[in-house]
Design a protein around this ligand. Sequence first.
Ligand code: HC0
Ligand code: SF4
Length: 577
Amino acid sequence: MQIYLNGRPAACREGETVLEVARREGVRIPTLCEFAALNHRPGTCRMCLVDVTTASGRQTLATACTSAVEDGMRVDTRSERVRRARRLQAELLFADHCERCSGCARHGRCELQRAAEETGLDLSRLSGRLTDRTTVDRSAPALVFTADKCIRCLRCVEVCRQVQGVSAITFEGTGCASSVGFDGGLWGDSDRCVQCGQCSLVCPTGAIAVKDETDRFLDYLADPDVVTVVQIAPAVRMAFAEAAGAPAGRNLEGEIVAGLKKLGADFVCDTRWSADVTILEEGTELLHRLEHSEGRVDTMFTSCCPGWINHVEKSHPDLFPHVSSTRSPQAIFGALAKTYLPRVKKLDSAAIRVVSIMPCTAKKDEAARPQLAREGVADVDLVLTVRELERLFRTQGIDPLAIDPAPFDSPFMTEASGAAQLFATTGGVMEAALRTVCALAGSPRALPLRFEPVRGLAGVKEARVETERFGELRVAVVHGLKNLGPVLDCVREGRSPWHFVEVMACPGGCIGGGGTARGDNWTRTLPVRQRMVYEEDDRLAVKRSDENPDVAALYRDYLGRAGSDLAHELLHTDYEN
Ligand code: HC0
Ligand code: SF4
């Protein structure tokens, strides 16, 4: 089968769309509402209009994203008629779109701006004519919705439904007054949204954006009485290059450290260090459960993903007894940065502000949780996402692709194992935990360091390992909340075969977090980021969390042993209360 694209023959298959064939042939057609990775093509923005002449001679303007190819079809993607029609569609989109572009988080990276440029739209005659939708909903902890930036593409509705199975975002109202919404209420009142931020990854404009808190960081840096302690999460270094405009696959860890130091950060440390601490605490907790389960399977869930914790809290609170009490690495870092670091470095704890650089929007929510504050003071003061950091560097004149890399600068909270690096990907917390738990519980064969069954991007993964003390350990790994249902049913109904289950809310785990770089194709970027994680694990000399000398020093000099009273006070929590 073939069609003619701008006069040139192009081979195609039955069922393909004109847009798919054009993309394969390298013929550019502007798009806006369409999102290939979600198979989402509502055909509503009409940016992809093309001139179609069928083999029988019928001529029409049609949307390329929804039009199936027919043998002999002639498609003109740039006729005068097409260009005029697309420009009118762009004008109509601006009829109820705000034009406060310069202050928008997406300025320069907005898909609507790009569509205007591609269609040659200079000034819309219809700007602001149709309706006045000025609502700005700032009620959610991490994300902001601005109604008059919404172009009703419904990508956010689809990602929330298809990928997360949460369906917190709905399409509401009719005609010009229609918009996405949150069950008719404020976003912060949603009884379903987990703040994973996947919607902010797919929104083509600034309608759904991360709450920008970069100013607060600049305030901290400018205050001579404040000591800034920055932590960088395991996945940030895997996604930052893409946010900065480089191709996927470059690890910019040293450049991020250098940029933060140049901005004036006092300490730049590594969340991988506290991920190793997490494994010692969570592993000890798991061993304790195994010792006291009297032959039953008492499933324990990981607790480090705040999107998952929010999901339990909102939709499955009866499962809290199965969730590990160990705090996340971000929260453990915060607690130790305000207790252990001042001891070691002779600092006033009250002067310290902990700033997290995270791939995650829900980490903003986690940091603000009352359970993670001591005497009303949060352990983590501020969370910036990868995209906020990229914008901060850009506005402060720091080019992360040109700056010389620098090492982490505290000798106390930076050393990391390969296990800790694995946290960045789905299956990584499990693999890290198994390395240590198998060592502590004895493994009959040579201790495995790679647990292949929990690697990769399958939605649900299972593995079994033999231990001397407890026999066979059965584990499962789930990422993308949509995949969770059957696993939760098994645990709730007492049919769970798994002793330990890792849950990460985002597809791919944190490498696919809602605060990372936007990619238009998860199937392309996630495998690259995941491969970088495995390579970094291979590169690091220490493989197991319990062999990290920095962590050993922490327990020797401060905490005592894993699971001690002090460790419980600082490093555990109870989300139920
Ligand atoms: Fe993650 Fe984490 S691995 S949740 O994805 O556990 O955000 O990167 O920082 O806390 O370490 C995110 C990433 C972290 C935490 C770690 C865990
Ligand atoms: Fe955040 Fe990672 Fe959980 Fe996504 S998977 S909500 S990025 S912690």
